[in-house]
Design a protein around this ligand. Sequence first.
Ligand code: C2E
Ligand code: MG
Ligand code: MG
Length: 390
Amino acid sequence: MNGRIRVLIAEDEPTVRTALSELIRSESEFELVGAAADAAQAIELARVHHPDVALLDVKMPGGGGAQAAGGIRALCPQTRVTALSAYDDRTSVLEMLGAGAVGYLVKGTPAVQILDAVRSSARGLGALSAEVTGDVIRALAGQLKREEFEAEMRRYEALHVRRLIQGQGLALAVQPVFELATREPVGFEALARFHPHGLRTPTRWFERADSLGLLVDLELAVAREALGLLGLLPGNSFLSINLSPATATSAPFARHLDGVPAGRVVIEITEHAPVDDYGTLNAAIQGLRQSGVRLAIDDAGAGFASLQHIVRLSPDFIKLDISLTRGIDADPVRRALATALIAFASEVDAAIIAEGIETEREYETLRSLGAPYGQGFFLGPPGPPSFEIP
Ligand code: C2E
Ligand code: MG
Ligand code: MG
């Protein structure tokens, strides 16, 4: 570095500011370019003078040292920031280091050490007070362990998702769907089961696959297996498959349907799947529907998206979410909502399937309200595909 080390000080306490200014001025190798009383002033002075080193108090008006450090680093990336503080607590140390400080001095550090720290900072070296070093190292070690662990988990999960896609560890359960008036099964919902069971719920595995960009591949693998079950199910029953819009409209899924009696297939589009462009989805799904595939909107009533799906996609089935079914016998509000949806569904030529019926009372209530279909632990839990139909 040519010439003198140009230093900016920011400190709201006037006596400390003066003492620090004098300390910097006392050494001919330093030049004091400014002494700010708050974060905004520090940033402004840095913008004008581009100091080599900024010595920043941690607790100052206007956002404190972290704010000043962030602002200065953004405007003058070559300025080295060192924090100076009465606070040797871990949070402020980490906050300042996170905001780009290369050093952290605890107030009370002897003057010679402060000057040494300014010299080190100017050379791009860090300077930490002995008091804070332990905390910083512990925090970094903790973070490294966590990052290593998370990276390891991600590697494992990616490997596992790829295995599931190849069919390893993948099984299917089917849950019967009943006509409520007769209590006759009319169809079956295919539900993925991933081994080992306890590790993640199916929902969680689909989310992981999604975050790895493998959702469509995993859903296709499950759908292929599911379609293979049709032969095991009663001849006139439908098989319902859960799919995201991307999979439902993919070319490989259409190929999976080759040679399958399309009239027995129902696609469930979930409430959770966001749809950006209903026009495209409708067009893409049109071909399947013309071949006889039916469409269900899953988890209706769990949120706003399902209502959008219902209005825009004109489904054949609307699956009433478990949150509306649960305790419906004892709750007039749920009854009113279900009644409205049942009436609405028949207006638009869709049929309601009530999900998650767990008790006889819920079953009786839904039946008396006129819900045509339902499924749930009370009527029949998910089980292996070859199970005896009750
Ligand atoms: P979903 O499609 O709404 O499936 C219904 C869920 O409710 C299933 O959970 C089922 O086991 C559970 N269930 C059935 N009857 C009852 C009941 O009476 N009470 C209660 N509390 N729960 C009941 P599961 O199998 O854990 O699946 C959770 C979600 O994971 C599914 O919700 C679906 O969104 C997703 N999923 C499962 N299999 C597949 C699949 O093959 N493909 C895709 N894309 N998603 C799937
Ligand atoms: Mg479903
Ligand atoms: Mg559902």
